[in-house]
Design a protein around this ligand. Structure first.
Ligand code: MEV
Length: 326
């Protein structure tokens, strides 16, 4: 039996803009998806169990991850296509070697935490482990990027990169198709955040495509917004290295505003952002594909983190207390 895992992630600055070559900052979080890959002999063993499973050519999936209600059903087709893309990119023919894939781990399957990328990374690693394929991290990352295409259409690669390598990352997509720019950022001490879950399942592919269409239809307006995104992320890099959390919070607020302008936020995300700010967060914004999923709030210390998380919970939403930059 082979095992592998992939980190969950949060995008701290510039989701969506990153697809078009603007730099972004993301961090792995301390929740992961774990995959098991087992060889199975008889095709009769290829039986998926209800909505939690799926069946491909020579593989079967049992998905035991915790998830938002409806997430697995909504993502069923994307997930099936993604696993086929991962197996293809790994050069693995499951019809020759039948396998059972089992997913678990602490990372909740929800939009905004890199759940799909963590699945791709964990399966690529478990396959590598079971069949001794000799893949290094760079190859795992490339395989996971192929799998991400099923969920995000034209992904930037930031999610699979954070999920593969972990840490706090500066990421810049190479629009010419060569290697992306990836730098590990150092911080003086871990930074406390709260992640608020709207409970709404999202469609990243549709969100990314929507931005592309609106940008094409409104080139002048989007040029200005994209310029702001570029300014924010370079200032954020300086703020992070100086551990200037107040500045980081302000930049996150501006980032949320321009994400609203490109129409990828959601009233529920805006509400959790407002609640976080009212309860002392230094800054707050949606994170990931948007239109639902998660938001993040930056907190100065443990007491502030507790207050923000409690307020999100009082509004009926789940709150994850975690750190970035570990
Ligand atoms: C999704 O987590 C992040 C997006 O920017 C898409 C991508 O970068 O692939 C929305």
């Amino acid at each position: 039996m082979g095992t592998g895992s992939g980190f969950g992630k949060v995008i701290i600055f510039n989701e969506h803009f990153v697809v078009f070559g603007i730099p972004a900052i993301a961090s792995a979080i301390d929740s992961r998806t774990e995959a098991l890959v087992e060889r199975i002999d008889a095709p009769s063993q290829l039986v998926p169990s209800g909505n939690e499973g799926s069946l491909g050519d020579g593989w079967v999936l049992e998905d035991n991850r915790p998830a938002n209600p409806g997430y697995k059903v909504e993502k069923y087709e994307h997930q099936k296509e993604s696993i086929n893309l991962v197996l293809d990119a790994a050069g693995f023919d499951a019809s020759e070697n039948n396998i059972r894939i089992t997913l678990g781990g602490s990372l909740k399957a929800v939009g905004g935490v890199g759940a799909s990328a963590a699945v791709c990374v964990s399966i690529a690693r478990a396959l590598n482990d079971e069949f001794s394929l000799g893949f290094d991290d760079d190859r795992i990352n490339k395989i996971a990027f192929e799998g991400e295409k099923a969920y995000a259409g034209t992904p930037s690669g930031i999610d699979n990169t954070a999920s593969t390598y972990g840490g706090l990352l500066w990421f810049e997509k190479n629009l010419q198709g060569g290697d992306n720019k990836i730098e590990l950022l150092k911080v003086r001490e871990p930074i406390r955040i709260v992640m608020g879950n709207t409970g709404l399942t999202t469609n990243t592919k549709a969100a990314v495509e929507g931005v592309r269409q609106r940008r094409e239809a409104n080139p002048e307006q989007y040029k200005g917004i994209f310029q702001v995104a570029e300014d924010i992320v370079s200032k954020a890099r300086l703020a992070l290295s100086a551990h200037d959390l107040t500045m980081m919070g302000q930049l996150m607020d501006t980032n949320h505003k321009i994400l609203q302008e490109i129409e990828v936020s959601h009233p529920k995300l805006d509400e959790l952002v407002r609640i976080s700010k009212d309860n002392g967060a230094l800054g707050a914004k949606m994170t990931g594909g948007g239109l639902g999923g998660y938001m993040i709030a930056l907190c100065s210390d443990e007491a502030s983190q507790q207050r923000v998380a409690n307020a999100i919970e009082s509004a009926g939403c789940e709150a994850l207390r975690t750190t970035i930059g570990v």
